[in-house]
Write a protein that binds this ligand. Structure first.
Ligand code: TRP
Length: 336
């Protein structure tokens, strides 16, 4: 019944925040009910720009897995695995590299903007340059046909399907299948500063692991309307982060509309609004925080989940790799 195979991944470079929650985690809860879902901790990819800091990746593999389990990603429905333990991904990457030119790689818009943003200049490593091809291997090694990603990852899916077609054409096979992106229907959540999307390195994130006090503080410092100085002044809704969040998280949409009207008319203070948002967020985050704490203190259990998921995935990968070797006619032994 569960024919479609879903694969997603996260670079384990920091604990997950509300942006991940609305952008991908909620979607995964839904997808695990309908499809066979794999979620990958992309440590190899994370190492491409953190190779000198493996401790960070190691710690965040644990943090992110606790986040997954706390929001309700269910290991009996979703296979969680670690990328670096699947050697077939590295193998496939090498074969795929023959099917892409250096120029094509450098034209990948996602990669291009990351290279600029990180200021690599002449110090661009080969590891970073080719990570999109490693991601093609991620997507194809399980025959995943559905890949839920953010808009910024669309060029990766395009790159994947180019390689799939080149591979199948070159080796006269249909062993690889093209993938389809599933784009999250939720608009990107701004950070608490209202300027950027939420991100750990920008210091504007609310984490799933934040305490109630931290949430109070972060909401209190949230960007609203800088011209709304007196309560009686009319206030602006557009670009007002508190309203952006209420739109996403407050279940009482009618009340949010009333508050918007009141705010625009004047007479509604930021403090009242922020208190409401704090309550709304805490209602969502408290059960997650409590469950997370439990998993966090059960390290053995969390690693057992990871180990089982990884073993299961590697079993599948080994089988898939046999088919791929055969398609490439590099299966030199009968029973190997
Ligand atoms: N590049 C993705 C990100 O930064 C993470 C990722 C790695 C991924 N491999 C993947 C996502 C395969 C989807 C499918 O978010």
């Amino acid at each position: 019944m569960k024919k479609n195979i879903v694969l997603t991944g996260d670079r384990p470079t920091g604990p997950l925040h509300l942006g991940h929650y609305v952008g991908s985690l909620l979607n995964r809860l839904h997808l695990q009910e309908k499809y066979q879902q794999f979620v990958m901790l992309a440590d190899v990819q994370a190492l491409t720009d953190n190779f000198d800091n493996p401790e960070k990746i190691r710690q965040n593999i644990f943090e992110v897995t606790c986040d997954y389990l706390a929001v309700g990603i269910d290991p009996s429905k979703t296979t969680i695995f670690i990328q670096s333990y699947i050697p077939q991904i590295a193998e496939l990457t090498i074969f795929y590299l023959n099917l892409v030119t250096e120029n094509r790689l450098k034209r990948n818009p996602t990669l291009k903007s990351e290279i600029l943003q990180k200021g690599y200049g002449d110090n661009l490593t080969m590891g970073f340059l080719i990570y999109p091809i490693s991601q093609v291997a991620d997507i194809t090694f399980l025959r995943a046909n559905l890949v839920p990603v953010g808009e910024d990852q669309l060029p990766m899916i395009e790159q994947t399907n180019e390689i799939v077609r080149a591979f199948n054409r070159t080796y006269q096979t249909d062993v690889l299948i093209e993938a389809e992106a599933i784009i999250s229907p939720v608009p990107r959540l701004p950070g608490t500063d209202g300027k950027n999307k939420m991100g750990k390195s920008l210091g504007n994130a609310i984490f799933l692991s934040d305490t109630a006090d931290e949430i109070v503080k972060k909401v209190r410092s949230m960007y609203t309307d800088p011209d709304h100085l007196k309560i009686s002044d009319p206030g602006k809704i557009e670009g007002n982060t508190v309203f952006s969040y209420l739109d996403v998280f407050d279940p009482d949409k009618a009340e949010v509309e009333r508050l918007k009207e009141h705010y625009q008319r004047g007479g509604l203070g930021d403090v009242v609004l922020k208190r409401r948002l704090t309550d709304v967020l805490d209602t969502i985050l408290k059960p997650i925080r409590d469950r997370r704490k439990e998993f966090y203190s059960n390290k053995d259990y969390v690693y057992k989940i990871l180990e089982e998921g990884t073993r299961h995935t590697e079993d599948l990968a080994r089988e898939r790799m046999k088919m791929i070797r055969k398609a490439m006619k590099i299966n030199y032994f009968d029973n190997y």
